[in-house]
Design a protein around this ligand. Structure first.
Ligand SMILES: NC(=O)c1ccc[n+]([C@@H]2O[C@H](COP(=O)([O-])OP(=O)(O)OC[C@H]3O[C@@H](n4cnc5c(N)ncnc54)[C@H](OP(=O)(O)O)[C@@H]3O)[C@@H](O)[C@H]2O)c1
Length: 378
């Protein structure tokens, strides 16, 4: 396992951080978590050297923190740092922030949270958090030893990231970043701004929710032509860790094989290990993807549940996958499931609830219509 210095904090972390948002097929609509499997995956990662776990109050229908807490019994808590988050929607004043933090500590079965994040903020949400006294609360909790570091995760444009980063003395930030998103959201500029201030950066969506793990034909051809053979996942993580400002790369794994593969990969990563030919390869890979992707949905499910029953990430996932892999939608099992369960885009009543919730700010309503038409074109 490669370990990094976390900027100005003066502590170390494994480069591989386990994301606890996608256990047990939550991305496909199944919210029932297989506890024993999730616990064994978490412990497998820790036994392999992972020291950073990322969860949140809302993940997996609010069950993620509970499962993490159970996994960290029997001496595992002492081996890791925990990152969890305060969601804006659940707090309106000091009392509610206190109650929420206490409930998180209880679920996580711990007396302190290492990295406490304001969850998924942009400028508007940051202003809201300030208006209810969240910065003072975070300072007080830090002093009381209930949280060690005050942090935020971010979804929004770069300008808002810069504003928020410069507006308070943050200890750590979490941003979406991968070789496709260099100019998207905080992007490379945001990563480097945080790095220049010594603020450690944790990466989410490093594989774009798994999409970068499955190379379409034109991308695989580029990988195959390169003299050194690596899996798409290895290329993606290697590219991220090559940047010296990246402290931790989160990956949400669903299977033991994925944990093992990622543990192997994170043995080989380090800042500056990629040579010019490798970096050039990744530029070409980016172009090859861009020529095929239909919509930048990462399957984070912030848009769900749709009030009228549309499986929004499911429809977009099929749309992208059919385009990326050049497959016939008629034979697509996921699309059949969506139709059989009556979760298709034809149910959309254009209420816009999804667009307000989407951290990628996608034009969901129009895209759903286009996707449905294209998927049923013949
Ligand atoms: N704060 C926020 O706003 C926010 C938003 C999003 C995410 N997050 C956090 O960031 C974490 C990471 O994000 P993410 O889950 O989107 O990460 P990701 O690494 O982009 O995607 C995870 C998916 O990649 C696939 N994968 C991982 N390792 C693989 C391997 N070795 N081989 C093949 N496929 C592999 C799996 O997909 P399959 O399941 O398809 O196999 C897995 O579910 C989350 O778990 C969560 O903790 C935070």
């Amino acid at each position: 396992m490669h370990y990094t210095q976390m900027g100005k904090l003066g502590i170390q972390s494994s480069s591989f951080g386990l994301g606890c948002m996608r256990f047990n097929g939550a991305a496909s609509g199944d919210s029932v978590i297989d506890e024993q499997k999730a616990i064994s995956l978490i412990r497998r990662a820790i036994d392999g050297g992972v020291t950073y776990l990322d969860t949140a109050y809302v993940y997996l229908d609010k069950t993620s923190e509970t499962v993490v807490g159970k996994a960290l019994r029997d001496g595992y808590r002492e081996k890791v740092t925990i990152a969890t988050k305060m969601p804006m929607e659940y707090v309106h004043n000091r009392e509610e922030m206190e109650a929420l933090l206490e409930s998180e500590l209880k679920k996580l079965q711990t007396d302190h949270i290492d990295f406490y994040l304001m969850h998924g903020i942009n400028r508007e949400k940051w202003e809201y958090f300030k208006s209810i006294g969240a910065p003072e609360f975070f300072n007080d909790m830090k002093q009381a030893g209930k949280i060690r570091y005050k942090c935020f995760s971010f979804h929004g444009p770069y300008e808002e990231f810069e504003y928020i980063l410069n507006d308070w003395d943050w200890d750590l930030v979490q941003i979406q970043y991968n070789f496709m998103d260099i100019d998207y959201q905080a992007g490379k500029k945001g990563l480097e701004l945080a790095g220049s201030k010594g603020i450690p950066v944790v990466i989410m969506e490093g594989l774009l929710g798994g999409r970068l793990a499955r190379a379409p034909g034109n991308v695989q051809a580029l990988y195959d032509a390169f003299p050194v053979k690596r899996s798409p996942v290895e290329w993606a993580f290697r590219w991220l860790c090559n940047h010296p400002a990246v402290s931790v790369v989160l990956s949400g794994c669903n299977e033991a094989e994925q944990i093992d593969e990622n543990l192997r990969i994170f043995d080989t990563v380090a800042p500056g290990v990629m040579d010019a030919s490798e970096l050039e390869l990744m530029d070409k890979v980016r172009e090859a993807y861009l020529s095929r992707t239909k919509i930048g949905c990462t399957g984070c499910r912030y848009c769900m549940p749709c009030p009228n029953g549309v499986d929004i990430p499911g429809v977009f996932s099929v749309w992208n996958s059919v385009s990326l892999y050049d497959t016939d939608p008629k034979g697509n099992w996921d699309l059949r499931q969506i139709r059989e369960k009556d979760h298709g885009a034809d149910r959309c009543i254009q209420c816009g609830a999804c667009e307000a919730a989407c951290p990628q700010h996608l034009s969901i309503i129009d895209s759903l219509q286009s996707a449905w038409q294209e998927l049923h074109a013949q």
